[in-house]
Each structure stands twice: as C-alpha cells, then as structure tokens.
Design a protein around this ligand. Sequence first.
Ligand code: 13P
Length: 252
Amino acid sequence: MRKPLVAGNWKMNGLQDTNHHLLELLKKEGIENIGEPVEIVVCPPFIYLAYIKHLLEGSNMKWGAQNVSHHSAGAYTGEISPYMLADLGCHFVIVGHSERRTLYGETNGIVAKKFVAAQQANLTPILCVGESLREREEGITERIVKEQLDDIFLHTDIHAFNKAVIAYEPIWAIGTGHTATPDQAQEVHGFIRNYLSEQDPEIAEELRILYGGSVKGDNAAELFAMPDIDGGLVGGASLEAKDFLTICQAAS
Ligand code: 13P
C-alpha cells in the first residue's frame, strides 16, 4: 500500500514571521488531526530550514529542501550539501524541479547526480519530471519523461526507487491555474509506473508518484482519486493554510 504524500514547495516565498504564521495556522486549523494516513512535508527556502525544524519537531509535518548540491562537501561557494540537509533533520529533497531546469540550466545529468547524492546522505529525493506545452503539443510527453528517468539509470539502478518519490509536474500547469485534468495526469502517471515496472514490478508498485501543477483545494480530491496519483507537490496553494489543509485532507 502506498501512503499518500503531500509536499508543499514554498519556492522563494515567505519570511520568518510569515512562515511562523502559516505553520501556526495549519496547526490551528487541525493539520495535526490528519494523523498517520498521509505524509505531509513542507519545503521552505534553505535559509529557514533550521527555524522550521524548531517549529515542526514533534508535529506530524516533516520538512525538506527544494534543491541540493551533488557534492558532499568542499569548495562550492553558495551550495548546500545533502549531508547538511540530513543534519537539519530533512527527510526529503526536491531534485530537478522544472524551474531549476529551465532557469538554472540543470540538465538531466546534473539532476541524476543530485538524486544519487541525496540518497547517499539518506534523504529521499522527490524527482520532478514533466514536459513543456510545446512538447505536449508535439505529442512527445512520454519521450521527454522517459528521457528524464533514463538519465537516473546511467548513475544508479531501479533499486534506487525503493527510496524515492517521483513528481510529475507538467510545466504548462505550474503556476498557471491550468491544472492537468485527472485523466491527463493519470495517463502520464500510469506510463511512469509501467515504464519502471518493466524493470521491477514490485518497486514500481510501491513507488509514490505525485502530481504537481496548480493543485488547489478544489481540484485535489479528483486528482488524488486516480489510481496512480499518490498525492501532490503543491506550490502556490501550500502558502495558504486553508487550501493546503484541504489538499492534505483530500489525500487522506
Ligand atoms: P503551483 O502549485 O503553484 O502550480 O506549483 C507547482 C510546483 O511547481 C510545485 O513544485
């Protein structure tokens, strides 16, 4: 049985006060009553991780990072190592978000190295994959997603997916309000699971595949009802306590 997961990607938003307020509101609205059936994670900017750890320790929310270096330590000015994230109690780290790929030039190869480095530090990578609008219109969505997965296999093997999460995030749905329909999302999620099950059916069956791209309180339930959608990677709506709570409830 796959345990649903909802992860909030705060991106480059929030300050100490607003972060504190958001987490207090989530607690006040009852996020801690959701209990065991859903795993809930927030991914704040790096600089707030220590503070978030302090606020969330002992709650049912976990914390993770939005990015990571593929190096473990050394002369890499401005970078954050996976061991530093683990040291701050992070369980998860997002790798290969489309904003990192398109705005900061992260290739499939770099993303694969980050995926492996995260696992070496005992973090669970949330590997983002997804196509652009042009790629969807050209009918090459599956090819793009397959390529994004295949680079991982140049660096490690299918067993790595025992401790990983995939997030399908079509770029055209991110921050646009144009959510993929449940059928559109399910089609790609099903493709991903089938593709990995060619290598190991059990690992593919246990793997959690999240959907991301304009997930909101009012569309989460229909997305999460699809057989291969195991939760969400949520951007904008993770900054709104009521919306995020509704999304977490929809996953439970
Ligand atoms: P939105 O939910 O704001 O569309 O962002 C999705 C996303 O990029 C999560 O990583």
